[in-house]
Design a protein around this ligand. Sequence first.
Ligand SMILES: Cc1cc2nc3c(=O)[nH]c(=O)nc-3n(C[C@H](O)[C@H](O)[C@H](O)COP(=O)(O)OP(=O)(O)OC[C@H]3O[C@@H](n4cnc5c(N)ncnc54)[C@H](O)[C@@H]3O)c2cc1C
Length: 452
Amino acid sequence: MSNTFTKIKEAFRLLKHIDFDQLSKISQKVDLVKVMDGFSKLDDNQLKGLLKMMDGDGKKKELPPINGDFYELSDRLSAEDRALQLRIRQFMEQEVKPLVNKYWLHDEFPFELIPKFGELGLAGITYNGYGCPNKSFLMEGVLAMEMARVDASIATFFGVQSGLAMGSIYLCGSEEQKQEWLPQMNKMQKIGAFGLTEPEVGSGAAGGLTTTCKRTAEGWVLNGQKKWIGNATFADLIVIWARDLDDGQVKGFILKKDTPGFSVEKIKGKMALRIVQNGLITLKDCVIEEKDRLPHANSFKDTANVLRMTRAGVAWMAVGCARGAYESALDYTRKRKQFGKPIASFQLIQNHLVEMLSNLTAMQTLVFRLSELQDAGQLKDEHASLAKVFCSLRTRDIVGQAREVMGGNGILLEHDVARFVADAEAIYSYEGTKEINSLIVGRAITGMSAFV
Ligand SMILES: Cc1cc2nc3c(=O)[nH]c(=O)nc-3n(C[C@H](O)[C@H](O)[C@H](O)COP(=O)(O)OP(=O)(O)OC[C@H]3O[C@@H](n4cnc5c(N)ncnc54)[C@H](O)[C@@H]3O)c2cc1C
């Protein structure tokens, strides 16, 4: 580096980090020829110091890691739980992520994943016994978030199996039913579904179910239809909720897929959660034996217990969907260049990113506390409903902003965020719409029911 030529070469090496636009602006204010001359007069040490200062020792500047957990809530997990979180993340990144856009596009389910989920052995994560892991509700939430962070459809498939279907049996089933189904469902050898909603009865399920059951000499006879039932097209068993023609109360049944009179039609043309196979079920004089009736499901209150347990998981799922979108968008804005600079360096883009992160951080903090309440046995309907309302609403904002900062590429499936945008719409509506969950919270805080 002792001759002038080498020094000028080094000066150019520094200048190569400045793009043409910047260079022409600088040349309007600074006499670049004089600057180059100045460089040539520097001694070796001065030049090395300058290089170090401007060029970060010649190394490319490291960008901060992409982490949607800005307040490091994961640090509050035990080492064992943190390891489990990372295991799920790795599974989702390696096994699930490469498949999801293809299956989402074709409106199909990746059946090859079922045995792999079985090996994880995480279904029914909070249940005690029956081969289930007996983990906290907090870990159930973290699991839902990690799954939805990669794909909300897969998280929903898992939530139906682990929460709604296994949960109905765990909370309302007999000991024999639990022994028969839960270990197999934990290993994903049997797949379950949960049939509550009907074509004409959604939000009003509590008082208005039209699917009926009647006790006869042969067993219980079920008639009616169920709509939107996740996993129904391939499930081995479906928990069906029906109104007893004799006492008017809602009862629960384990319906096996080969029951005569049962048929299911796939709901086609969804613009959200396209991997989830939702079915329209028809029950025509289906006979179910008394041993397959859930003995602890004797009114809609028992159905509501299952929904209370799983609704917190849906709030966590919204967080995962938002987190996946935020992290993808942040990554994209650091790589995408416009006007010669990464778009992440623009003030307005940073404003979007910070708004997304603020909402995401508020959501995560909220669901974390929600799960703490659930683990302490203090969870009330209104707690779960508030989290479901807030998180699914804010998720819509976050995925929208994530799409916005990606410009045209934001609507391309290959960049993932388009899928999160669509899926957020279904999360917003299922397991209680915004209005219904708001009415639950409204009733709790005012002491006045506004349900009609
Ligand atoms: C992808 C997906 C998966 C699903 N999976 C399942 C499943 O596995 N099992 C299952 O049983 N169900 C499932 N559902 C059904 C889901 O729970 C219902 O869609 C949801 O409860 C809303 O019912 P609905 O669609 O009939 O809407 P409706 O009840 O018809 O509501 C339409 C609108 O009216 C509003 N509304 C209704 N009543 C009131 C009121 N009193 N005051 C103010 N506003 C009101 C609602 O908030 C909503 O905005 C699924 C739905 C979707 C979209």
